[in-house]
Write a protein that binds this ligand. Structure first.
Ligand SMILES: C[S@@+](CC[C@H](N)C(=O)[O-])C[C@H]1O[C@@H](n2cnc3c(N)ncnc32)[C@H](O)[C@@H]1O
Ligand code: SF4
Length: 409
């Protein structure tokens, strides 16, 4: 989850929410995101809110983070359960980072216990943790399953050694597939592998090899993202110095088609532009909650939350985050109350990327006219538009951001 703070208003010290936002809590999908802000080393392309031990330099520790996290989850349950409101139980939990697997089975067990003790888990809740292949083991997966996790998402990125090197990844080419196998052998039914395509120096054969490795792993979910060269990262500096070429748009489009072609043939269906699953049960319900405008409490340094049209984001630095909670105040650094137009634009941005698409009821007259033109341009499906939905064609998926811009004007 991105942790760039947008501009907004100062949130109240106790983290309270307007009555308009609280109305309907528990009737909309509700999830908990937990941000683990630790990594063993930093990958040159990554600008997530995460810190190595050197970067923390005594300004944050696992234990300090965990105590603060528990305090934030308790605060969240008080805020959403204000007055005689029922505290919503988490239908989904997603522990991301950073590198959650650095916490080990015991640490991740404590995280989930803290969610149980504050909000509680709905029956059959989906509970995912991200994991880096090099910090997993059969024992970790057994412990996670025992603790109540139901899904594991592994950052594979590539099966080519030279690509992993450019990305500064620490695992060996076969490790991600082996880790996925260990997770399934431990009893995990839902395992996902993340790929990045478009890394400088990656050939079509390299990408094909990575996809073959994914299929060999036998997982039920794949996310594939094109490499984004984020400002301020080591990779952006290398590109600026001319040491690495910028990913080429045409190559990225061809890569996407290769990913989609190979995965589709192997029985995966896309359900969001960058996500494929072998069936409905394999889709990530937590992310679907984000894309459909559900409610979620994001706990941890820099985490973002959304409840009923109010969005807020936490203090980024682990020590400042923990200090705020230590003083009994909310760790929120800023917040934004979305108006009807903001919410409409957001719905277009997120729902258009889903396989089910977006109802045309969300569009204004100019948007509907633009949708008709997008059908003529081969970007939206004609049959779906006639039935009142905007659904991307295969070509439209390659140009999804441009279609969104056209529909919202
Ligand atoms: C931030 S990571 C956190 C989980 C774990 N540490 C990992 O690296 O897989 C989640 C996903 O975001 C991807 N990601 C991070 N920065 C990216 C970028 N600049 N471009 C594309 N994908 C990126 C990662 O590669 C990973 O698959
Ligand atoms: S391991 Fe994941 S979160 Fe950590 S720096 Fe690398 S990509 Fe970012």
């Amino acid at each position: 989850m991105s942790t760039h703070p947008p501009t907004g208003q100062q949130p109240p010290q106790q983290g309270t929410l307007p009555a308009t936002a609280l109305r309907g809590v528990g009737q909309r999908p509700f999830g908990i995101y937990v941000h683990v802000p630790f990594c063993a080393t930093r990958c040159g392309y990554c600008d997530f809110n995460t810190y190595t031990a050197d970067e923390l330099a005594g300004g944050g520790s696992f234990r300090g983070w965990l105590d603060a996290l528990k305090a934030e989850l308790e605060l969240g349950a008080r805020v959403l359960g204000e007055g005689d409101r029922a505290v919503p139980r988490a239908e989904t939990v997603f522990v991301g980072g950073g590198t959650p697997s650095l916490l080990g089975g015991e640490g991740l067990g404590e995280v989930l216990d803290a969610v149980r003790a504050s909000f509680g888990l709905a029956p059959n809740a989906e509970v995912t943790t991200e994991a880096n292949p090099e910090s997993t083991s059969p024992e970790l997966f057994t412990a996670l399953l025992g603790a109540g996790y139901t899904r594991v998402s592994l950052g594979m990125q590539s099966a080519a050694e030279h690509v992993l090197r450019v990305l500064d990844r620490k695992h060996t080419p076969g490790r991600a597939v082996a880790a996925a196998g260990e997770a399934m052998a431990a009893g995990f039914e839902h395992v996902s592998l993340d790929l990045i395509y478009g890394t400088p120096g990656e050939s079509t054969d390299d990408l094909r090899g990575s996809l073959e490795a994914v299929l060999e792993a036998g997982v039920d979910h794949v996310s594939a993202y094109s490499l984004i060269v984020e400002d301020g990262t080591a990779m952006a500096r290398r590109v600026r110095r001319g040491e690495l070429p910028m990913p080429d748009e045409d190559v990225l489009a061809a890569d996407y088609e290769l990913v989609d072609g190979i995965l589709s043939k192997a029985g995966f269906d896309w359900y969001e532009v960058s996500n494929w699953a072998t069936g409905e049960a394999a889709r990530c319900a937590h992310n679907i909650g984000y894309w459909r405008g559900g409610d979620w409490w994001g706990a941890g340094p820099g985490a973002h939350s959304h409840v009923g049209g109010v969005r807020w984001w936490n203090l980024k630095y682990p020590s400042r985050y923990a200090a705020a909670l230590g003083e009994g105040t909310s760790p929120a650094a800023g917040r934004e109350v979305l108006d009807a137009e903001d919410r409409r634009v957001e719905r277009v941005m997120l729902e258009l990327r889903l396989r089910e698409g977006l109802t045309t009821e969300v569009l204004d007259d100019a948007g509907v006219a633009e949708a008709r033109r997008a059908v003529t341009d081969g970007l939206l499906r004609d049959d779906e538009l006639r039935a009142g939905r905007c659904v991307l064609t295969d070509r439209g998926r390659l140009l999804a951001d441009g279609v969104v811009r056209r529909l919202v004007g």
